[in-house]
Design a protein around this ligand. Sequence first.
Ligand code: 4AD
Ligand code: MG
Length: 452
Amino acid sequence: MLVKKLKEDFQSFDGQDITLQGWVRTNRNSKALGFIELNDGSCFGNVQVVYYQESTKNYEAISKITLGSAIEVKGKLVCTPDSKQPFEIQAGSIEVLGLSDHDYPLQKKRHSFEYMREIPHVRPRANTYYAIFRLRSVLSMAIHTFFQDRGFVYVHTPIITGNDAEGAGECFTVTTREDNKYEEDFFGKHAQLTVSGQLHVEPFALTYRNVYTFGPTFRAENSNTTRHASEFWMIEPELAFADLSDNMDCIEEMIKYCINYCLEHAPEEMAFFEKMIDKDCIKRVKAVAASHFKRMTYTEAIEHLEKAKDQFENKNIYWGMDLQSEHERYICEKVVNGPVFLIDYPKEIKAFYMRVNEDQKTVAACDLLVPYVGELVGGSQREERYDVLVEKLKELNISQEPLQWYLDLRRFGGCKHSGFGLGFDRMLMYLSGIQNIRDVEPYPRTPRNLIF
Ligand code: 4AD
Ligand code: MG
């Protein structure tokens, strides 16, 4: 029997014999009776198991069961309308399936996030991680449901690739050689781990119209911040016959859908975050789901930043600069106080594939900035004009030959199209209020940090 099922319908099990397996969260006892808080993994929260000196076999041994041990309980479910929990299990017998040693690293107290990062094999059993990793699963489902319900085709783009999609040169090289020579080392070709599935998904948008890819991506940037990881998951939809405004409509609808889906499908986890991590968590995300996301040009953002420049560490504000996190946060936290799309960035600071606007100075890009997290989504309308794209590659000194297949799409029935990338791990931070990306990833990979 699963605790989740009992919780949903405990009254109909009143007085019945039940068998449960799970892990001991706490075990306290006196001479006459003891209590085990048992978690069986099926839902958030524990079930209370009561054992008695008089009637439970092996009372002495049971009272010594250590935290983290795996046990099987056979007993009776009894409704307890007058106590904190609506029912408990009165144990007839408790069998130890796997005793936890005395150096079990979780104790019944709050451990620091730093300590927990050292023990990724055990930390999912602590409430914060137990909640966040289930929310990860629920959020994945939200994303798939959102796109599948709207007819988007899910495309598996490759992890090993021959191109650096963003042109930022921040790639991990893949090698089959042991001498660490990085030229043509993937069986005679140069290969790297993907930084984005975008270029590989675009051909599918020009086939199925609306598509998405959702998988791990890798960045070799040496950024030691709370929001950058070397390996993170990204959702990258691509929409044919869609311009920048259609793209932003899709982003906004998707984020609101994901919030509502998680509130509905992970209510206990969200309530936990509100209680323990961010006291405005639910109110905050509900307000976002009910709001209209503002849109602001990069040029307007620079005007706001110039007026407030004295409060920044980097006070050198000028049109053409790449915004830093403090600037992005100022715009969404102080100017807008909510999510905001920044659009029409200077072309020099954005990737080669973004469509050049009529002013010839800016591109049809949109970054969604949100309070506390900063950049949550990066997207754009793509340059569909063959000649313009060739010129752009020349300007940026990017060699055309390896990207000829990508250019060819513009010759073989090309059309207006747009897409974006949502940082999945950052979305989890936004939903839960957890402030470090290392605490929302099961096995975080960041510079100088690789455990297991
Ligand atoms: O802005 P980025 O680099 O955009 C792209 O990769 C485009 N090719 C997406 C597209 O149009 N298909 O990354 C998209 C998002 C960012 O907004 C951010 O949320 C997240 O991915 N992201 C990271 N998350 C964690 N760690 C990192 N190092 C990240 N870099 C980007
Ligand atoms: Mg970006």
